[in-house]
Design a protein around this ligand. Structure first.
Ligand SMILES: NC(=O)c1ccc[n+]([C@@H]2O[C@H](COP(=O)([O-])OP(=O)(O)OC[C@H]3O[C@@H](n4cnc5c(N)ncnc54)[C@H](O)[C@@H]3O)[C@@H](O)[C@H]2O)c1
Length: 347
């Protein structure tokens, strides 16, 4: 594949009113119904037919859940033939609407308005969208880049604090991939946050991620720009923590962010075991080794799940940590991973 890639245009604002000025009368706005009170004020003097509420959550990432949206698209006389899609919500909404925008009439203009920290840091960027299939994560998907991404601080105000905890693993992951300076900035932010007075607690820090967003987002784009369509194995680096993270997410009903936290601890321990890691690192807010060891015996059918890992060709492209800013990808066998999991599980 060699399509032209261009960074999306970013727009930053504080209030919903500022968002309102950007929505055009012919846009098709699909939003998480939890945001109804915010979105109601966007609707005034526009056709309510062009706003469609759906329930966000992992169950949305299923082909069947797309049919009601296809029906609206086909039957709504107010919509232009190829409307601009505006997806307002978390990663489940951006993934699902990104997928629909990519395939509807072979592609429509697309805007993401992330409303969770996870979506703002990660899911809205990089053009990957995917639905789940047969209990496996992200099996059906396309590469399709949004033209614009709008960040509205007001949308994050009512987010429960667990949502910041959920995004933390992805935030720390991208910082570790990017540089020692960004990793250090994240650690310092945790140390100076009031919820973490000893500076070494494993409890997920409760910090305001808004000021960190520009650095974290730029860290992801530095990778995406080098390999937008995942052809050169450069984007594999972003999979740090996801090999085991996706299995945990599928099997343990944990949120994506929390599952990636366990996956990141696993990648760290595996990097140490394989002598790739140069020096011990503090991973604030990431499950401890003991917590990982408690969870591992609850996983089953590992070989089957690993075989369906999208980074599986002859072996698994596993992402190891050498040091912050230096990430190494190596092909390893499924046996190697399952043996290490057994080794860790037995303490
Ligand atoms: N495409 C990618 O590159 C990429 C990267 C990372 C994650 N993801 C995907 O993102 C999904 C997880 O993202 P998520 O946690 O944002 O998911 P989500 O959309 O399921 O949102 C989580 C919950 O928060 C609620 N919510 C959303 N915005 C809210 C707000 N402002 N206030 C209160 N509640 C709100 C939702 O209704 C939902 O219940 C997973 O499916 C994962 O696979 C995709």
């Amino acid at each position: 594949m060699s399509y032209y890639y261009q960074d999306p245009h970013f727009f930053w604002c504080e209030s919903i009113e500022e968002l309102k000025t950007r929505i055009e009368t012919s846009d098709f706005v699909i939003y998480d119904q939890r945001l109804s009170c915010d979105i109601d004020c966007l609707k005034s003097d526009r056709s309510p037919n062009l706003f469609f509420a759906i329930q966000g959550g992992e169950f949305l990432k299923d082909l069947h859940q797309c049919y009601p949206i296809f029906n609206v698209l086909m039957q709504n006389p107010h919509l232009p033939p190829k409307p601009r899609f505006i997806a307002i919500g978390g990663g489940s909404i951006t993934d699902t609407v990104g997928f629909i925008a990519a395939i509807y009439k072979r592609g429509c203009p697309l805007v993401f308005v992330p409303s969770t920290w996870l979506a703002a840091i990660d899911a809205a960027h990089g053009g990957k969208n995917a639905l789940n299939y047969a209990g496996l994560k992200n099996m059906l998907g396309t590469f399709y880049f949004p033209n614009e991404i709008w960040f509205c601080r007001a949308l994050f105000e009512r987010l429960p604090s667990e949502q910041a905890e959920d995004a933390w693993a992805e935030a720390l992951k991208v910082a570790l991939i990017d540089s020692h300076s960004l990793y250090k900035k994240m650690c310092q932010t945790v140390q100076s946050s009031s919820s973490c007075q000893d500076g070494h607690t494993q409890k997920t820090p409760c910090i305001d991620l808004w000021p960190l967003l520009p650095d974290l987002i730029e860290a992801k784009y530095k990778i995406v720009r080098q390999d937008p369509y995942d052809e050169k194995k450069i984007r594999y680096r972003l999979n740090l923590g996801h090999t085991l993270g996706h299995i945990i997410e599928s099997q343990r009903q944990l949120s994506h962010g929390r599952a990636v936290g366990y996956g990141l601890r696993f990648a760290y321990e595996f990097s140490k075991f394989e002598n790739v890691l140069e020096t011990e690192l503090w991973l604030p807010g990431i499950p401890s080794l003991a917590e990982l060891q408690q969870l591992l015996p609850q996983l089953n059918n590992l070989a089957h799940f690993l075989k369906h890992d999208k980074k599986h060709t002859k072996g698994i492209e596993f992402v190891f940590i050498q040091r912050p800013g230096q990430i190494v990808t190596r092909s390893i066998s499924i046996d190697q991973i399952t043996s290490f999991i057994k080794y860790l599980s037995h303490g």
